[in-house]
Design a protein around this ligand. Structure first.
Ligand SMILES: Cc1cc2nc3c(=O)[nH]c(=O)nc-3n(C[C@H](O)[C@H](O)[C@H](O)COP(=O)(O)O)c2cc1C
Length: 340
């Protein structure tokens, strides 16, 4: 695939033959074969989410369907290793299945993937490890992952405990990393992609901005709620159990916020009846967003309408090209000034 502009050519686009240096991150319950294949066809790297398909046969079927639909373009599988999502002993089996099926890239997250790296490397699989802050990115670099993705405090899902913003990560990553890195958290406009590239990133990872894609198999009312929501409509909860999560503000986040304020050492057992993943899954099916932990980040402010995924990607590309055009005359002027 030809990159939309030479400025967009990076180790990420070269490795996976992409049009834009953009990763559509794994989305629990939502990034299925149809969504991921649509991303692949649009020229970005997208990830199925293994934890959404706990039955091996279902994950295998998704991978095969995705391959059929992806038109020969690359796609990957996200393996979130949060203990609650994929019990430890099953994680190795998931990686073996992925390798068996000939998948070429995984997005790992949740905890250190070191023990699985030999299996993945033997299978020739590229490992992009996603972390919530620079210190974990440095650790991932030290254990030998191929690329890291650093998601800032603005992100939908799990921003970790440090809560450093993406703009700070832009500046830090280039100083501290030697392997290719991606930046994410709050990215939903093409200009932000250019900012990340200017900071030395090989690309960006996006979740929230893409939730309005037609290919996301969720109820229209859920998507309408996201379109109506803005950048101030997320809540950060679960810090008391060191599993901070940014989700759409709703009755559940109000209850959890109150419970955590009343009893700071409340513990996960008391929170589970409110935060269990099955409640969120139901909201995707019914469109009733009043309950459930519905991961969404501050980029909700940039999600203004639903559209086919290819159109969202095309819009991001146009915005990125416009941002580059804004910079280039300035670059020319400053070169002329320097020469004088
Ligand atoms: C609805 C939703 C579900 C997500 N599920 C997962 C997941 O299962 N595993 C994972 O590693 N990241 C998950 N993420 C994080 C995204 O892959 C991505 O890193 C993040 O959304 C980037 O930040 P942004 O939301 O500001 O674009 C999820 C994000 C959202 C919004």
């Amino acid at each position: 695939m030809i990159p939309a502009d030479p400025a967009f050519e990076t180790p990420l686009t070269r490795t996976f033959d992409l049009r834009l240096p953009l990763v559509a991150g794994g989305l629990m319950w939502l990034s299925d074969a149809d969504y991921v294949a649509a991303g692949a066809r649009a020229g970005v790297l997208s990830f199925l989410t293994a934890a959404s398909f706990p039955e091996p046969a279902a994950l295998r079927a998704q991978i095969r369907r995705c391959r059929d639909l992806a038109g020969g373009h690359a796609f990957g599988v996200n393996v979130s290793m949060l203990p609650k999502l994929v019990p430890g002993e099953k994680t190795a089996d998931v990686f073996r299945l992925i390798a068996d099926e000939g998948v070429t890239v995984v997005e790992t997250s949740g905890r250190n993937p070191e023990e699985y790296l030999p299996v993945l490397k033997d299978a020739g699989i590229t490992v992009i490890h996603k972390v919530p802050s620079l210190r974990f990115a440095q650790k991932a670099q030290a254990i030998g992952v191929d690329m890291v993705a650093i998601v800032g405090a603005e992100c939908g899902g799990h921003p970790g405990m440090d809560l450093v913003g993406t703009m700070v990560n832009v500046g830090l990553a280039e100083r501290r990393l030697t392997i290719p890195f991606l930046l994410g958290g709050g990215i939903g406009a093409g200009s932000q992609i250019v900012a990340a590239l200017a900071g030395g990133a090989a690309g960006v990872v996006i979740g929230t901005r893409l939730l309005g894609a037609d290919e996301i198999a969720a109820h229209d009312d859920y998507k309408a709620a996201l379109v109506a929501a803005g950048e101030r409509d997320t809540a950060l909860t679960m810090g008391s159990v060191r599993n901070t999560i940014r989700t759409l503000k709703n009755q559940t986040t109000a209850i959890v916020t109150a419970l955590e304020a009343e009893t700071p050492d409340i513990g996960i057992e008391a929170l589970l009846p409110h935060v269990a993943g099955t409640i969120g899954r139901r909201a995707y099916e019914t469109g009733d967003t009043s309950h459930g932990m519905l991961s969404a980040g501050q980029a909700l402010g940039l999600l203004e309408r639903t559209a086919p995924l290819a159109d969202i990607i095309a819009q991001l590309e146009q915005e990125a090209l416009a941002a580059l055009a804004r910079l280039r005359p300035q670059a020319r002027i400053s070169r002329q000034e320097a020469a004088q």
